[in-house]
Write a protein that binds this ligand. Structure first.
Ligand SMILES: [Zn+2]
Length: 317
């Protein structure tokens, strides 16, 4: 099994190789361990290791640079998926934070990658309050295209695993930057949509809410004749207070915060993992690309989300 460790931050591995030592027997070794390993040890109180090999390999707590060749006498190792599963088992309050990467596996384009939906256009111009107020056709066409694109996609395996975890009370809730509503379509119940959603449109005059079909048909508000707009947060607008508060509550209460498919480049969205981590919650990041918070993570996966969740779910079952 491949287990090439990177020299940055947490345990970054190419595969699901055996890299994580499990526990320890000498108190003076304890302080070398990242909190993650301490959390794991509570699951395995009776496993001991050879402190000599610990000291040699893990004295750089957050910078494991040495390739671990295999289990040595008295040292137990586990794969990353299994380690992730153990963190989840040891957690009483798991919260998941999802970004565009969660939906790309359903076939929806990412926003910020080179192939993303913004390619060739300046998002801060195209999806802005100003563009809407000027009544620019590009603005309306952009959102009609996005709403139509949703008709052709379905929740993916990753979405379904999160639904299952919520049903089994493993997962407390989801904070999402996505506006596609795929979590709800999959069946997730507690979802804080930080950037609004494309399911609904609202009247700019009387604020009534309607299904997005009226917007697609170019209709006005049936109540007052006002113009309809997508219920998403545009550039230049505040995030919705209710969703923000709900997200804040989840982040405040969690003991394990898992990022799925967000590049964590947008504020205030990236405050949540930072805050949760600084309170001592575990942090796991799953994202194809590197993120600015990678070095904070207890576990890091630069792998497809569906693959990771499926791998972890097998250990949970
Ligand atoms: Zn109206």
């Amino acid at each position: 099994m491949s287990n090439t460790c990177s020299d940055g931050g947490a345990f970054t591995c190419a595969g699901n190789g055996p890299i994580l030592p499990l526990s320890y027997q000498r108190n003076d070794v304890l302080h070398y361990f990242i909190p993650f390993v301490e959390r794991l040890s509570s699951c395995f109180p009776y496993i001991s290791i050879d402190p000599g090999s610990w000291n040699r390999k893990y004295d750089k707590v957050r910078g494991v640079t040495e390739r671990v060749e295999g289990a040595e006498k008295g040292v137990l190792f586990m794969g990353k998926y299994e380690a992730f599963a153990q963190m989840i088992r040891g957690s009483c309050n798991l919260v998941v934070f999802t970004g565009a990467g969660m939906s790309t596996e359903s076939g929806l384009p990412d926003f910020r990658s080179d192939q993303g939906i913004w390619k060739g256009a300046d998002p801060s111009q195209l999806a802005s309050v100003e563009a809407m107020e000027r009544g620019e056709e590009e603005f309306f066409e952009f959102y009609r295209t996005r709403i139509r694109a949703l008709l052709g996609v379905s929740p993916n395996e990753g979405h379904m695993i999160l639904v299952d975890w919520e049903k089994k009370r493993i997962l407390k809730g989801i904070i999402t930057q996505n506006v596609d509503g795929l979590h709800q379509r999959a069946g997730s119940k507690r979802v804080a949509e930080l950037h609004g959603n494309l399911r609904e449109v609202s009247c700019r005059k009387c604020r009534s809410i309607f299904p997005n079909t009226l917007f697609l048909e170019g209709e006005k508000c049936p109540h007052c004749g006002g113009n309809l707009r997508p219920s998403v947060v545009l550039f230049g607008e505040m995030l919705p207070m209710r969703a923000l508060q709900e997200a804040q509550d989840m982040a405040d209460e969690c003991d394990l915060f898992v990022v799925l498919g967000s590049s964590l480049q947008v504020s205030p969205a990236n405050w949540f993992p930072r805050e949760a981590r600084s309170r001592g919650a575990g942090l796991v990041i799953v994202n194809i690309m590197e993120t600015p918070l990678d070095a904070m993570a207890d576990l890091l996966f630069h792998e497809p989300i569906g693959q990771v969740l499926k791998g972890v779910d097998e250990y949970l079952n």
